[in-house]
Design a protein around this ligand. Structure first.
Ligand code: NAD
Length: 247
């Protein structure tokens, strides 16, 4: 479905991002991922080997998407090594959960800087390339951006912001053959959700009509649909992958 395409997946070394990297590589895409710390360089290199074994080209680059110059140099490195960029998945994200009264200003700022400004930084840099060729941008929102969640006002604001950003940029670029869509995952089994207590998990389970967590592969399959020509007339859309949670 993506043979010969070049896809950049931010935060593509673990969790949902890793599943997308593997899924896209199996579909024939060449993959670039970023990692953020020297500690994660080893994991990144292992994944590059795994992806290369699938018969595609793969590369991992250290970059912090919240910094505009690092996002720009990430895109520049993609172009100098691969010559094109067809798919951008803005997947990198963090949480710093706290009730509003106790939330520190830096906890709000950091989450917005990575989750929302990171999407702005990478989309802006990628759009300069995609304007010439067309492409697909996929932004990772969350059901929390649709419904809100106590203790996550910073995260919810960033994920709701992504939806407004997605629809605006979709309108700006529709005539230039760049499609821009968002995915709103519900409760997906990853490091991000493993840290939650059993009590919290039980409470969340009550809100999921399908009565189970989602897998990273189930999110990756929707990203594959949005990246490929199967969704050639879909733009400005938000697709929930949440077992019915935000219905
Ligand atoms: P994760 O913590 O496993 O992975 C997050 C990735 O983002 C990591 O690879 C990390 O290196 C990268 N990252 C963090 N800060 C960065 C920065 N400043 N610059 C570049 N990369 C950075 O999380 P995950 O569960 O795989 O989540 C992936 C995305 O899906 C996130 O945007 C998250 O908000 C969203 N999401 C997750 C769930 C869930 O249940 N896990 C639900 C809804 C939405």
């Amino acid at each position: 479905m993506l043979k010969g395409k070049v896809a950049l997946i931010t935060g593509g070394v673990r969790g949902i991002g890793k599943a997308i990297s593997l899924c896209f590589a199996r579909a024939g895409a060449n993959i670039i991922m970023n990692y953020t710390s020297d500690r994660s360089a080893e994991d990144a290199n292992k994944l590059v080997e795994e992806l290369t074994a699938l018969g595609v080209k793969a590369m991992a680059i250290k970059a912090d998407v919240s910094k505009s110059e690092e996002a720009q140099s990430l895109i520049d490195t993609v172009i100098s090594n691969f010559g094109q960029l067809d798919v951008l998945v803005n997947n990198a994200g963090i949480t710093k959960d706290m009730l509003l009264l106790r939330m520190k200003e830096e906890e709000f700022d950091q989450v917005l800087a990575v989750n929302l400004k990171g999407v702005f930084n990478c989309s802006k840099a990628a759009s300069k390339v995609m304007l010439k060729t067309g492409g697909s941008m996929i932004n990772m929102s969350s059901v929390v951006g649709l419904n809100g969640n106590a203790g996550q006002s910073n995260y919810a604001a960033s994920k709701a912001g992504i939806i407004g950003f997605t629809k605006s940029v979709a309108k700006e670029f529709a005539s230039r053959n760049i499609r821009v869509n968002a995915i709103a995952p519900g409760f997906i089994q990853t490091d991000m959700t493993d840290v939650l207590s059993n009590k919290v998990k039980e409470e969340v389970m009550k809100q999921i009509p399908m009565k189970r967590l989602g897998s990273t592969e189930e999110v990756a399959q929707v990203a594959l649909f949005l990246a490929s020509d199967c969704s050639s007339y879909v733009t400005g859309e938000v697709i929930r992958v949440d077992g019915g949670m935000a219905m």
